[in-house]
Design a protein around this ligand. Structure first.
Ligand code: G3I
Length: 315
């Protein structure tokens, strides 16, 4: 059949996958390069990865993924700059004053965006800033710097690479709910203040049969604020083992998500969080669950793959 990326390009969207540096060679690299036209490093651009020791950058694994993308004519969705998780120990165990922490954040954003300047299409600048009830997550950024850390991170990223599209990214914000209302109010406020935010990423880590029916309408209300939207980390997990019925339901779920994106003119693309079940994050985080991606553990396409292909106009 026609590769997903060819179909996506004809529809004016991209189809992406998360990849880790150890997946670039062999069969997984071949499939990724053939089928997808966007890549998100699964871990390699996170702060703990790039600066494990204060002041010593380790760009190697992330650079490998960027080179892979260039060789395969893929765009890079860079992930991420400011998050509560996967921070280096020196940062979380140090006790920094508010001013020091602010300066460390700005330096990190500036240095990392500068390193990849001109090589990435999108940056997830702020990742997962909300609690489920729509209040701000009480992480070290919010606790010490207050909500202004968000605007400051976007401003610094824009100064370092004015051409990268800058995103806020979160999960459980796909339907209209308390958390997505919080995110909506944040984006509205940032736009009103003239903060350089370009897009909203909906991670879309779904449970089988639970794609919110208002996902499209919810993305549209964000788009109406004057930002792009993207599905950034799609997967659909189930109790394992899978069976034919579950895989068909999963295919229907993938169809719904791709159609929801295609139904919003400012939805620029869909990224799956790992394209195969062999390397998906799900089983280690949710014991007993898995089979969440479009390819099985042997890297063979599943009904979910065919569903994406069909939704993108393939036959
Ligand atoms: O690299 C070490 C390895 O040296 C060590 O032996 C091993 C033992 O546990 O751990 C390895 O690190 C793991 C790392 O993935 C690389 O595989 C970490 O333990 C593990 O926690 C880490 O998980 C990542 C997770 O983010 C951390 O929160 C997943 O791979 C990654 O897919 C996941 O991605 C997040 C997005 O960034 C944000 N949205 C949710 C999404 C899923 O959790």
């Amino acid at each position: 059949g026609t590769p997903l990326r060819t179909l996506a390009e004809a529809k004016g969207v991209y189809i992406g996958t998360a990849l880790q540096a150890n997946e670039l060679s062999g069969t997984s690299g071949s499939i990724a390069g053939a089928q997808f036209d966007s890549v998100t490093p699964g871990n390699e651009m996170k702060w703990a990865s790039v600066e494990p020791t204060r002041g010593t950058y380790n760009w190697g694994p992330a650079d490998q993924i960027v080179s892979f993308a260039q060789q395969n004519d893929m765009r890079v969705r860079a992930h991420n700059l400011v998050w509560h998780s996967q921070l280096p120990n020196w940062l979380t165990s140090g006790s920094f004053t508010n001013t020091q922490l602010h300066d460390l954040m700005i330096k990190h954003v500036t240095d990392e965006v500068t390193h990849f300047k001109g090589k990435v299409a999108h940056w997830d600048v702020v990742n997962e800033p909300f609690n489920e009830d729509g209040t701000y997550r009480a992480d070290l950024w919010y606790n010490q710097l207050g909500v202004s850390y968000i605007a400051d991170a976007f401003t610094a990223a824009h100064a370092a690479d004015p051409n990268a599209k800058l995103y806020v990214n979160d999960y459980n914000v796909e339907g209209q709910n308390a958390k997505s209302n919080g995110l909506y109010n944040l984006v509205k406020s940032l736009k009103q203040q003239g903060v350089p935010i370009d897009g909203v990423g909906f991670q879309a880590h779904f449970i089988l049969g639970q794609v919110p029916s208002d996902f499209k309408a919810n993305m549209q209300r964000f788009a109406d604020l004057g930002v792009d939207v993207a599905v950034t980390e799609l997967d659909v997990r189930m109790q394992t083992p899978s069976d034919a019925g579950k895989l068909q339901q999963q295919a229907n779920d993938y169809t719904a998500v791709v159609n929801d994106c295609l139904g919003v003119s400012r939805c620029v693309g869909v990224t799956v969080w790992g394209f195969n079940d062999a390397t998906s994050w799900v089983p280690s985080t949710f014991p007993g669950q898995g089979a969440a991606t479009p390819y099985d553990e042997n890297l063979n396409p599943k009904p979910a793959y065919t569903a994406i292909q069909t939704a993108l106009g393939g036959t």
